[in-house]
Design a protein around this ligand. Sequence first.
Ligand code: GLY
Length: 363
Amino acid sequence: MRTVQVALAERSYRILVAGGLLARLGQECARLKLGRRCAVITDARVGPLHAAAAMESLKEAGFEPLLVTVPAGETAKSLKVVASCYDAFAKARLERKSFVVALGGGVVGDLAGFVAATYLRGIPFVQVPTTLLAQVDSSVGGKVGVNLPAGKNLIGAFHQPRLVLCDLDVLGTLPEREYRSGFGEIIKYGIIYDAALFRRLERSMDRLLARDPAELAAVVARCCAIKADVVGQDETESGLRAILNYGHTIGHGLEAISAYGKYLHGEAISIGQVAASHLSARRLGMPEADVQRVRTLFERAGLPVTVKLGTAQRKALFAAMRLDKKVSGGEIKFVLARAVGKVEFGCAVPDEDVNWALDAVGA
Ligand code: GLY
């Protein structure tokens, strides 16, 4: 088993990466010295696959778990679903020492984390991410929240989990497209922080796509360690943490103008990162060879690297990028790379250059 430590003083926690961890959920939670009552929040897709194992493990360790199943998909990240969780918790008399287990992908993690952050002014929670993307990104770092009709993640909090269990066996049930979407974030870590990881991904992409357990364990653990390192230096995104958004400005914009239906997150940020790499070549002199390596690696992961946008869609994309939470004083700030493994954040970029980069990824 691989263990990664997130060092945040009294909010520090461990990320465990291995197969078979779901069966150990109860015994790992017991080490945290929390209350006996807890709630497992899952969704209608993951619940039938993994909730029984989670509940069984918790019961065997002496806990009294309540199962709360929310609808599958982005619509579960709503204040209405949050309220239904509060009601279930109150009815089961969950107390301040009770805890929440988030069993699912990024949507469940964000929702369950937000419920935990706010119920009784905050109770502990444990992340059990069941998608590759959630294992390497959203389950680590404490960003939790829900959507408003006006936009994604507009309500939220920083609430660190007490433990993250990345069970690699649960990835076996992930549909192929969703599995590949995880590489949108995995490749990002190579670009923003670790040229050696990027080279490793170039060597082992075929094995990773075949879900080779040993290679997957090493790569998931390395990505979690990078995220832990960044979050340990800048928990609330006052600076460095922004580098985790490489390719996300355009990526989030694409998700928004396609009404969050067309692209999975990893797909949208794949296009966004290829565009950001072209932009990086123009603004910071990223070598053209690195731009090509980035494009090729995303392509090998089976992710889209081009997008065809008409004039109206391009206008909508700029409007969406300006609505992003990370815009400050009306100015869109980009994360750009000098080379694979070396990025800068807070880069102001003229619209003309963004348009040029969009042409570069034009189909
Ligand atoms: N997913 C970006 C962050 O956690 O900051």
